[in-house]
Write a protein that binds this ligand. Structure first.
Ligand SMILES: [Cu+2]
Length: 428
């Protein structure tokens, strides 16, 4: 059982990943000590847990009790560190297991780790013993969790589609409770797969940038008389952690922490078919590719007497300068400064290839090597480029301007930026 410093992963115990699974299949995930082995993707954990929820895991117990009938077949996960229990819901997409963690009622006096359903009274009993690394207050505890049959809808199944997440409940959710979609919230983030002990939380859209990405919930659909809800989100991608906070008319919102290794076909095929969809590479493959494929930038060797040009990014995907004039063959020292809040790069391309290079860059999100390649599509049309510059950073390249006079487009190839974030280098 892992107990990483910044995130926890629940490994798949006693259940093998099916042969259909596209990632891993040869080793457990070596988060922390030892780190990734053989540059190959490991078996994926069933679910990740943010450190704030569970800094040190206890164990899991299969739900097998007449009182807990509604949740039969799912798991209870205990947190040694937080002294809490969670529902652990099993999902599977094309043979790839994945899951969701749902905090449920119960705060325990000591660091609980073992749990068991009593064969006679059907209640859940937990035992705890604090050694180190727990936020609980007492040396030991032995406590009972009773199913009280309060009319609280608890999620019993989840399934992730390309266009949203479907949740099935033990009791109907009132229709009126979900009427205001603006009260529902979704965000996501990734962890870094490395030899480090734990990981910070990173944006899933901007590799290497710490933080979370907020997702837009376009609707919450009330299905099967409230037994199921479909939370529609258009920009869902594989992520280590998807957090849903749903107001269902209860005193507290329902919190779900899902791990999305794979997405099933759209729940609403027609709606989703309007635009071709590109599914992003799995975060763990991107982490491995960064180690394997990252190369130093070719244009860092200083050229003496080069003319200094500073290119600055602006707000809303822009360069401050949309035109630069140079002489044929002129030596240039170009610095991209990025005071913006998003990562950007600067890529010079052959005349007439703005769209070709830009569209190739957009398709790169499906390629695990995208960040390792600095989002530069492998193409002869690319003449010079900086690396991806993080918010607040700068990057300098040295090159000679093309000898042929003409209009050479430049663009940011971070996926989705090029259509507005471009300009022209004019060789006079
Ligand atoms: Cu950009």
């Amino acid at each position: 059982m892992c107990a990483a410093a910044f995130s926890c992963a629940v490994p798949l115990q006693g259940r093998l990943t099916s042969p259909d699974a596209r990632i891993g299949g040869h080793q457990p995930p070596y988060f922390g000590y030892g780190g990734p082995k053989d540059d190959r993707a490991p078996d994926l954990p069933l679910v990740y847990l943010p450190r704030g929820l569970d800094n040190s895991s206890g164990a899991q117990v299969a739900i097998d009790s007449p009182h807990w009938q509604e949740l039969a077949g799912q798991l209870i996960h205990t947190s040694y560190g937080a002294g809490r229990i969670f529902l652990l819901l099993w999902d599977e997409v094309r043979g790839q297991p994945q899951g969701a963690i749902v905090p449920i009622a119960g705060e325990f006096r000591s660091a609980i780790h073992r749990a068991c359903f009593h064969p006679h009274d059907g209640h859940l009993y937990v035992s705890g013993m604090a050694g180190w690394g727990t936020y609980t207050t007492e040396d030991g505890c032995f406590q009972r969790v009773r199913w009280t049959d309060k009319k609280v809808p608890l999620p019993r199944k989840v399934h992730v589609h390309e266009d949203g997440v479907w949740i099935e409940f033990t009791r109907p959710v009132r229709k009126a409770a979900i009427a205001d979609v603006s009260r529902q919230f979704a965000q996501c983030w990734n962890y870094r797969y490395s030899g480090a002990y734990g990981s910070p939380e990173f944006s899933s859209r901007h590799y290497g940038v710490p933080g979370h990405d907020v997702l837009t919930i376009s609707s919450v659909e009330w299905l099967d008389h409230g037994r199921r809800l479909f939370v529609a989100m258009d920009d869902l991608q594989p992520v280590n952690q998807l957090h849903l906070s749903l107001e269902l008319g209860q005193p507290r919102p329902l919190e779900l922490f899902l791990t999305v290794h794979a997405l099933d076909r759209p729940f609403h095929p027609r709606r989703a078919a309007n635009e071709p969809r590109i599914t992003a590479a799995h975060p763990i493959l991107t982490d491995l590719a960064v180690n394997l494929h990252k190369k130093p930038n070719r244009w860092q060797k200083p050229i003496e007497g080069a003319r200094a040009i500073t290119m600055k990014t602006g707000p809303n995907l822009t360069y401050r300068q949309t035109e630069i004039r140079v002489r044929p063959g002129e030596p240039i020292r170009l610095t991209l400064r990025n005071p913006d809040v998003l990562p950007h790069n600067w890529v010079l391309a052959r005349p007439g290839t703005l769209r070709t290079v830009g569209e190739a860059a957009n398709r790169l999100i499906a390629d695990p090597r995208a960040y390792a390649l600095q989002y530069i599509p492998p193409s002869d049309d690319v003449l010079v480029h900086t690396d991806i510059v993080p918010p607040g950073g700068a990057f300098t390249v040295y090159f000679r301007a093309p000898k042929e006079p003409g209009r050479y487009p430049y663009l940011c190839t971070f996926p989705g930026h090029w259509m507005v974030m471009n300009g022209v280098l004019i060789v006079e």
